[in-house]
Ligand binder design. Structure first.
Ligand code: PGA
Length: 271
């Protein structure tokens, strides 16, 4: 039985005061939840503030990104060790807003803000490995662009991302890995992926993991869905066989709506 997860990705929202207020709110509504893992991912500058808010609760903290070197001349970057010492337990790796996939984008999309940070399958893998080596749990994101879905390439894209992400990661390390399927066209658009289709792709992710690391690793792996998850659609998603939780942007920015999502995750554990 896989423990459900509800993770809030606050993206570039909330200054330190707002982050404290939101984290306090999440602790108030979900601070004692045991049946599901609850994760909040504030900006890097709000991590220490949020760490203090969640300290005596069951709410865990994650960062939104990392760099794979431990320290050195890497202006603007933050290492896994630094995130760990700031109180992080998790870190997102390869969120689509950080992946630059110019090779698969139309010319017109080269200016797309969603592709400015340049993560590739290879750098996502390096980040995930650095996270694991430091004792952080990577939440590795994958998902197809709208153009890739329309061209019928969803499965091929997702399988390639998963295989690349798993390079040099052992079965043992996988106990500390979470995957998140986030179709890019469903993120922040209000357009949630149909539950059956999201479940199908999450099942494909699980089958791909099984092919690389064996059935038991795949069976134990938590696979989340992300992309316009809201209180009114979460129950249907959580009922799906291969969906073990949500990675949530917009609806994680209000403690009440995030609390409702956590309740749905908890209920799915009971059911
Ligand atoms: P959304 O974002 O819930 O606002 O669609 C999800 C994500 O990007 O993780």
């Amino acid at each position: 039985m896989r423990k459900p997860v509800m993770a809030g990705n606050w993206k570039m929202n909330c200054d330190s005061d707002e982050a404290r207020e939101l984290a306090d709110g999440v602790v108030a509504v979900a601070g004692q939840v045991e049946a599901a893992d609850v994760i909040v991912c504030p900006t890097a500058v709000a991590l220490t503030t949020v760490a203090a808010s969640v300290k005596n609760s069951k709410v865990a903290m994650g960062a939104q990104n990392l760099f794979w070197e431990a320290d050195g001349a890497y202006t603007g970057e933050v290492s896994a060790q630094m995130l760990l010492s700031a109180g992080c337990e998790y870190v997102l790796c390869g969120h689509s807003e950080r992946r630059g996939r110019f090779g698969t984008l139309d010319e017109a999309d080269a200016d797309d803000l969603a592709a400015v940070f340049g993560d590739t399958d290879a750098t996502v893998n390096r980040k995930a490995r650095a996270a694991l080596a430091a004792g952080l749990k990577p939440v590795i994101c994958c998902g197809e662009l709208l153009a890739e879905r329309q061209a019928g390439n969803t499965d091929e894209v997702v399988v390639a991302q998963i295989k690349a992400a798993l390079c040099c990661i052992s079965a043992e390390d996988c106990a500390n890995v979470i995957f998140a399927y986030e179709p890019v066209w469903a993120i922040g658009t209000g357009e949630v992926c149909d539950g059956d289709e999201a479940n199908r792709v999450c099942g494909l992710i699980r089958a791909t993991i099984a092919g690389v690391l064996g059935d038991q690793v795949a069976e134990d792996m938590r696979v989340l869905y992300g992309g316009s998850v809201k209180p009114d659609n979460v129950e249907g998603l959580m009922a799906m066989e291969h969906i073990d939780g949500g990675l949530v942007g917009g609806a994680s920015l209000k403690a009440d709506s995030f609390g409702d999502l956590v309740k749905a995750a908890e209920a799915s554990a009971a059911g």
